[in-house]
Design a protein around this ligand. Structure first.
Ligand code: PAF
Length: 287
C-alpha cells in the first residue's frame, strides 16, 4: 500500500519534517517538479523510492525561469490531479510553496546561481535567463530539503548538466541522478507542454524522436560530418511543420562541439509547433 501523502506549503514545516527523518539517520530523495504530473514524473518518483527511505516531491511553477513572453501564466496547473497521482505512488511529502515562500524579498533582487559556459548555449541562447532561473530555484529547493539524492529527467539534458555542475561547483552534499526519458508509444517524449498540441500537431510530434534516432544511427555508423547531420535533422523537422530552434550534435560530457574522436555524443533539439516548444535528445555511443 502506498504511504499517505502529507502536503506542506511553508518552508519551516518542511524543515521540521526533514529534521525528524535526519535525526533517525534515514535517507531522503527529492523530486523537484513544476506539477502537471505525468508518467515521466511517476518514473522519477518510482526510482526515488528505490534510492531512499523517504521521497519528497515539490510542485512549484518557478517564475524566475520564464522569460517575459513565455508561458508562465498559461503553464498547466493541475493540483488536484497531481495530488491524486502522488498519493498512488510512494511519495510522503508534497512541498507546494507559494512564490513568496521561495522569493520572500521578490525575485528581482534574489541571489542568483549562474553556470557559465553551459547556461547560454542551445536552449539558453533562445531562452535568456532560463537556466539561471532553474539553477537558482533548484539550489534553493535543495537547501530547503537537504536530500541525499535528487532526481531529474534526462529529457531536459542541458538542465540536468547545469544542475550537476552547480551541485559540484557549489559543494552541495547531494547526489544528482538522471532518469531515462519516458516516451509515448509513438516515441514522443512525455512533457507537460504536450498539452499545447492540437491533434494535427500531436500527429507529427513523433517526428522529433524519429529525426534524433536517424542522426544517432548515422553517428553510430561512423558519420562525423556533424554539420551535414544537423542540416538534415533541421530540414526534416521543418518539412514536418516545425520551427526548429536548433538541432545539434554535441559532446555528451561537455555539451560543446565534439572533438575529433569524441565517443560519447548527444543529439539535442528544440522545435516549436503551434504554441508548443518541444525539446528532446538521444545519446550516441561510438566505438
Ligand atoms: O524540469 C522542471 O520541471 C523544472 O525546470 C525544475 C527542475 C522543477 C525547476 O523549476
Amino acid at each position: 500500500m502506498a504511504k499517505s501523502l502529507e502536503v506542506v506549503a511553508r518552508p519551516h514545516e518542511l524543515r521540521e519534517r526533514v529534521a525528524q527523518w535526519r535525526r533517525k539517520g534515514e535517507r531522503i530523495a527529492f523530486v523537484p517538479t513544476m506539477g502537471n504530473l505525468h508518467a515521466g514524473h511517476g518514473s522519477l518518483v518510482s526510482r526515488a523510492t528505490e534510492l531512499a527511505d523517504h521521497v519528497i516531491v515539490s510542485i512549484f511553477v518557478n517564475p524566475l525561469q520564464f522569460g517575459p513572453n513565455e508561458d508562465f501564466a498559461a503553464y498547466p496547473r493541475t493540483p488536484a490531479d497531481d495530488r491524486q497521482l502522488l498519493s498512488l505512488l510512494d511519495a510522503e511529502v508534497l512541498f507546494a510553496p507559494e512564490v513568496d515562500d521561495i522569493y520572500p524579498r521578490g525575485q528581482e533582487t534574489t541571489a542568483r546561481v549562474h553556470v557559465p559556459g553551459l547556461e547560454d548555449i542551445l536552449c539558453g541562447a533562445f531562452r535568456p535567463g532560463h537556466f539561471m532561473g532553474v539553477a537558482t530555484v533548484v539550489t534553493k529547493l535543495l537547501n530547503l530539503v537537504q536530500p541525499d539524492v535528487a532526481l531529474f529527467g534526462e529529457k531536459d539534458f542541458q538542465q540536468l548538466m547545469i544542475i550537476r555542475r552547480a551541485a559540484i561547483d557549489l559543494c552541495m552534499p547531494v547526489e544528482i541522478v538522471g532518469v531515462q526519458t519516458t516516451r509515448e508509444p509513438d516515441g514522443l517524449a512525455m512533457s507537460s507542454r504536450n498539452r499545447y498540441l492540437k491533434p494535427e500537431q500531436r500527429a507529427v510530434a513523433p517526428q522529433i524522436f524519429a529525426a534524433l534516432q536517424r542522426t544517432r544511427l548515422a553517428l553510430e555508423s561512423g558519420s562525423s560530418d556533424y554539420a551535414a547531420l544537423e542540416k538534415a535533422g533541421t530540414e526534416s523537422l521543418q518539412k514536418a511543420g516545425f520551427r526548429p530552434d536548433y538541432f545539434a550534435v554535441r559532446d555528451a560530457n561537455t555539451l560543446q562541439l565534439p572533438e575529433v574522436g569524441s565517443k560519447d555524443l548527444v543529439v539535442v533539439t528544440a522545435a516549436r509547433i503551434g504554441r508548443a516548444r518541444l525539446i528532446d535528445n538521444v545519446r550516441a555511443q561510438r566505438a
